[in-house]
Design a protein around this ligand. Structure first.
Ligand SMILES: *[C@@H]1O[C@H](CO)[C@@H](O)[C@H](O)[C@H]1NC(C)=O
Ligand SMILES: *[C@@H]1O[C@H](CO)[C@@H](O)[C@H](O)[C@H]1NC(C)=O
Length: 433
């Protein structure tokens, strides 16, 4: 009897111990649901969450496969080939930063030739909290020794340099540069017997002007689909430019935004470091903001890249030389639902350049301004300043370029369109059987 009793008591204690974890899990679950209901976007913006949540996120993309014959890349110059070889080098600073953090967001900085700006950007990046956890990829449009030197001097994280091998800046007398016999300005090919297809306004291509869109598209394709360093990477990539000052809190804020995105804004394709209005410092509210994707510090993942890549034909055939206007007017509208990005109420990056991309280097008309001068950091810009419990304010009305805009032109030449498509196909080639 005594034995029986003791053993019953022992069993009771045992079963309580077994049940306790279960009870705790249920309790936590209930608390979590209460947290969601209390704070969620769902309660504040039912229509936003329900109507505009893209239902097709997890739909598999048809694998993009292309025949070799679809890829028509120009004959390379010696410089172009040697830079392409350099693209295969492993990242620098592996001795100082042997490992990337498990949940890191890679950073792509795309640059042309404004060294005095790049210095400022690099200095700002060196002060970013967490920068040592990630890989910085610098994508160069053209080869410029001073730009190269600045990037080679970076010591605060792993750095991988890539050079667009088909940049018009690398071809002095053949396409994608200017070839002898090319039409110029408003030449009529039939009369002048010159090569080229004019844009919708009758103007022929200008290599300097098309280089930006080519670079952006080559870079996107390469960083997502053409590099060992990103193969199988399922995280986000942040994109910044040579005139974007990055605040010390940018990386930590971004990680938080990326984590909050699925919960707070299922309709958001991206996260941004700054408002889409480049002159805005943000509203300063105690709220997150969902709005159209801006150019300063946009961040997205491979799923979103897959959707963009599927629109290669639209991107490459739209007669507009600006990549961002091309995205707003053709690619995003083709997704079927409004495209939003999630950001904080204070910017974590600032566009500081006053010089246009094509003004920077002219010897007579050198445009040099002190980029540092117009970015003033407050203490709150140096620390994580986004709160996970904040609600999302949605700017539903998306201003600016939309579906229906015909484009500013500059992208009418068949050769540019073909090169652009080749960039989209070159990492997806199958051997024909
Ligand atoms: C136009 O381009 C073709 C093909 O590259 C070339 O053979 C031809 O000489 C060019 N025409 C002129 C007028 O230079
Ligand atoms: C990528 O981002 C989209 C939009 O935020 C999200 O719906 C999707 O689940 C993400 N994909 C992965 C693999 O995390």
């Amino acid at each position: 009897m005594a034995f029986y009793k003791r053993s019953r008591a022992g069993n009771d204690a045992l079963s309580l111990r077994r049940v306790l974890p279960f009870v705790l899990v249920v309790l936590l679950g209930v608390l979590f649901v209460i947290f969601l209901i209390k704070d969620g976007t769902v309660a504040s913006y039912p229509s936003f969450a329900n109507m505009e949540n893209p239902s097709s996120w997890e739909k598999d993309f048809p694998p993009s496969v292309h025949l070799k014959s679809e890829v028509k890349l120009p004959k390379q110059t010696t410089l172009s080939m040697s830079l392409e070889q350099r693209n295969k080098l492993p990242p620098r600073n592996m001795d100082l930063f042997p490992n990337l953090a498990k949940d890191h967001t890679k950073i792509v900085l795309y640059v042309h030739n404004r060294p005095q700006y790049l210095q400022v950007v690099v200095r700002s990046l060196s002060a970013v909290e967490g920068i040592g956890e990630t890989l910085l990829i610098v994508s160069h449009d053209g080869y410029f020794a001073e730009m190269d030197r600045i990037v080679q001097g970076i010591r605060f994280c792993q750095v991988k340099q890539i050079f667009a091998p088909y940049s018009p800046h690398l071809f002095s007398d053949s396409f994608p540069g200017v070839s002898p016999g090319d039409c110029r300005d408003k030449d009529d090919p039939a009369v002048k017997k010159c090569n080229g297809t004019a844009d919708q306004y009758g103007n022929h291509r200008s290599p300097k002007i098309v280089s930006l869109k080519h670079h952006w598209w080559w870079m996107m394709n390469t960083v997502w689909d053409g590099m060992d360093e990103t193969k199988g990477f399922s995280g986000h990539i942040l994109f910044i430019e040579e005139d974007h000052y990055i605040y010390p809190n940018a990386y930590r804020n971004l990680q938080l935004l990326i984590g909050l995105k699925p919960l707070k804004c299922p309709a958001c394709y991206a996260a941004n470091l700054a408002p889409s209005d480049v002159n805005s410092k943000g509203e300063g509210w105690d709220m997150l903001v969902a709005e159209k994707i801006g150019n300063v510090g946009y961040t997205f993942n491979r799923t979103v890249w897959g959707k963009i890549h599927m629109k290669a034909k639209e991107f490459c055939s739209f007669d507009e030389y600006n990549w961002d206007i091309t995205m707003w007017a053709t690619v995003y509208p083709s997704f079927g639902t409004p495209v939003y990005t999630l950001r904080g109420p204070r910017r974590s990056a600032a566009h500081f350049g006053k010089c246009g991309l094509h003004q920077g280097q002219g010897k007579s008309s050198a445009c040099i301004d002190n980029g540092d001068a117009n970015v003033r950091l407050d203490e709150i810009d140096k620390i994580l300043n986004i709160k996970p419990e904040w609600q999302v304010h949605v700017f539903k009305k998306q201003t600016g370029y939309q579906a229906g805009f015909k484009g500013w032109g500059g992208w009418g030449d068949e050769r540019d369109r073909e090169l652009c498509l080749s960039f989209a196909y070159m990492y997806h080639v199958v051997e024909s059987s």
